[in-house]
Design a protein. Structure first.
Length: 185
């Protein structure tokens, strides 16, 4: 069971499929929050207001295709995990195109009884990437705190000689250069 709560946007037009997929997600993810829609306009609104962790989408939808949904999602957030859950992608070329367009993976609906088993490793990867990003943000935050502490120390350091004042000026210049390079990335 995946213990990390996931916010999942399910783009599916068939209620029975949406219900079955949601049921299987509930068996593998503890406390998932799932929103279901079948159109691009709602996907756009939910991307902003619901802020999903992952998108699961059918390929054939009433007013668009799953590739249209994928493009919309990737324009909104290029790193958003996107998984096709469909009965349509049984063609190797079509499957390859979905991955090349930016999908994280796909699961075929042809055997809905095991769809949870097929989704589980993909959702585990989503959680792993989320945790990795949280750890990276924390490291960046800690580095910023350290730099600010160095600045405070330098501000209160009493230089006794001209040589010490020159070294302090060089240290400040190097720190500023590192910050400029980091901000440019």
């Amino acid at each position: 069971m995946i213990k990390t709560a996931l916010r999942i946007l399910l783009v599916e037009d068939l209620k029975t499929d949406a219900d079955l997929i949601s049921y299987h997600i509930g068996k593998i993810v503890e406390n998932p929050e799932i929103k279901v829609t079948d159109n691009l306009e709602e996907v756009s609104v939910l991307l902003q207001n619901f802020a999903p962790d992952v998108i699961l989408s059918d390929y054939n939808l009433p007013a668009c295709t799953g590739l249209d949904v994928l493009r919309l999602v990737k324009d909104f957030d290029a790193d958003m995990p996107f998984i096709f859950v469909t009965g349509t992608i049984d063609d190797d070329e079509l499957a390859a195109n979905t991955i090349l367009t930016g999908a994280s993976g796909f699961v075929l609906k042809k055997n809905m009884r095991v769809i949870g088993e097929k989704l589980k490793p993909l959702l585990k990867q989503v959680v792993f990437n989320m945790i990795e990003k949280v750890e990276l943000r924390e490291k960046i935050r800690q580095n910023k705190i350290a730099v600010n502490q160095i600045y405070r120390y330098l501000d209160h350091f009493e230089a006794d000689s001209e040589e010490q004042r020159d070294y302090l000026a060089k240290i400040r210049k190097n720190i500023d250069q590192i910050k400029l390079e980091r901000d440019a990335k």
